[in-house]
Write a protein that binds this ligand. Structure first.
Ligand code: AMP
Ligand code: GLY
Length: 428
């Protein structure tokens, strides 16, 4: 099988690493890829959102199967375009990708299908949004409805803060069109979990659980990022809670999308808050999480490629995936300044030494090669992953890998996995 992966981050490096290991994969391309992905796949300099060029490339190269990493091209309809020229592609159609592309669509869908979520209002008028905020009081959460690269959510502790968020999104339009409509919702307290299932239109196969760390600083402080690290499994999701999430959230979503004429295929990623009243859906994503994908791929024992193909072919009911009992963790190294402004082009050393440490894999996110050196080319730059019998053991190994990296212009959190480590300490 000739496979093309679309994207160029840590998630796509992990996907390429897993797909390249499949005996079914004869040739692997990645567009645009990065300096690390180049070791697994032939990188093609086409941007992930340049759909015309991606379709043309897939036709020219007789690609049999496309795996789409990021949400942008999914929401823009890359899967529909590839299907129209007879190429199989893993991921939802544009109609099904609305679950991530429009929070307003997603929230109304939850209401139609009784899927547990925070109470909300949706507004295209700033004055009406502010009146709603005043009536509800703080804490309260303001969200841009459209895609905003993970930055369109303000968790506000005061009414004034929430009103400012409305002004920024709707009047100053800091997220452009994405903020023309806002969703304002009830603040939910609890522990967050990332729950993933492969879906083939009618059947959902749960994957391993994970937790990520969205805040930039140790102790979960500072602004939100795309994710500074993750680990799997998430100890809070025991078998009973996993079954409840499948029954109350994942299966009703798969059924509802099919009933509404937009059957979902691909990976459904529910961002959940585990509250005192059970699991509530914060958001859906229609792709693998980044960096959650890195820990899922590190723990997956089965061949990923036939499972991705089965999702497209409607054959998931016959499938089961095997996972290592070991835990996995990934620590993201980012350019200093991220998620604000940061420098590009700084040189990274010690990558071979890090990868040589026991049980460590180095996933590249924002890197490029220049004059035989690896340089930083993005905000999140590397993910140092490791497995171990416990999260505590995996964490030790991952930080040994991190400490082998020589990159003065980079930083990472030093406490990735802290909740699981604290639980393991309390239990031992
Ligand atoms: P989202 O992109 O919708 O998942 O929101 C980003 C982050 O904001 C989530 O990971 C949560 O940490 C936080 N968040 C979103 N919605 C809520 C809510 N209703 N209550 C509390 N925190 C929230
Ligand atoms: N790590 C969260 C995300 O990929 O959206």
């Amino acid at each position: 099988m000739r496979v093309l992966v679309i994207g160029g981050g840590g998630r796509e490096h992990a996907l390429c690493w897993a797909i390249a290991a499949s005996p079914l994969c004869d040739a692997l391309y990645c567009a645009p890829g990065n300096a690390g992905i180049a070791a697994e796949a032939t990188c093609v300099p086409i941007a992930a959102d340049d759909i015309d060029s991606l379709v043309a490339f897939a036709k020219e190269q007789a690609i049999d199967f496309v795996v789409v990493g990021p949400e942008g091209p999914l929401v823009a309809g890359v899967v529909d375009r590839l299907k129209a020229v007879g190429i199989k592609a893993f991921g939802p159609t544009a109609a099904a990708a609305r679950l991530e592309g429009s929070k307003a669509f997603m929230k109304d869908f939850f209401a139609r299908h009784n899927i547990p979520t925070a109470a909300y209002g949706r507004f295209t008028d700033a004055a009406a949004a502010k009146a709603f905020i005043k009536a509800k009081g703080a804490p309260i959460v303001v969200k841009a409805s459209g895609l905003a690269a993970g930055k369109g959510v303000s968790v506000c502790t005061t009414v004034a803060e929430a009103e400012t968020a409305v002004d920024e999104m709707m009047t100053a339009r800091v997220f452009g069109d994405a903020g023309d409509e806002v969703v304002i919702e009830e603040f939910l307290a609890g522990e967050e979990v990332s729950f993933f299932a492969l879906v083939d239109g009618t059947h959902a196969l749960p994957l391993a659980t994970a937790q990520d760390h969205k805040a930039v600083g140790d102790g979960d402080t500072g602004p939100n990022t795309g994710g500074m690290g993750a680990y799997s499994p998430a100890p809070i999701v025991d078998a009973a809670l996993g079954a409840r999430i499948m029954d109350e959230i994942i299966r009703p979503t798969v059924r509802g999308m099919a009933e509404e004429g937009s059957p979902f295929t691909g990976v459904l990623f529910a961002g959940l808050m585990i509250t005192a009243n059970g699991p509530k859906t914060l958001e859906f994503n229609v792709r693998f999480g980044d960096p959650e994908c890195q820990v899922l791929m590190a723990r997956l024992k089965s061949d990923i490629l036939p499972a991705l193909v089965a999702s497209v072919d409607g054959q998931l009911a016959q499938f089961d995936l095997r996972w290592m009992d070991d835990a996995a963790i990934v620590v993201v190294m980012a350019a200093k300044g991220y998620p604000g402004a940061y420098q590009k082009g700084t040189v990274i050393d010690g990558l071979d030494e890090a990868a040589d440490s026991d049980g460590v894999s180095v996933f590249h996110a924002g890197t490029a090669s220049k004059d035989g050196q690896i340089i930083a080319a993005g905000g999140r730059v590397l993910g140092i992953a490791a497995t171990g019998k416990t999260v505590t053991a995996a964490q030790k190994r991952a930080y040994r890998g991190v400490d082998a990296i020589v990159w003065p212009e980079g930083f990472c959190r030093r406490d990735i996995g802290w909740r699981a480590v604290a639980r393991e300490k309390a239990g031992s």
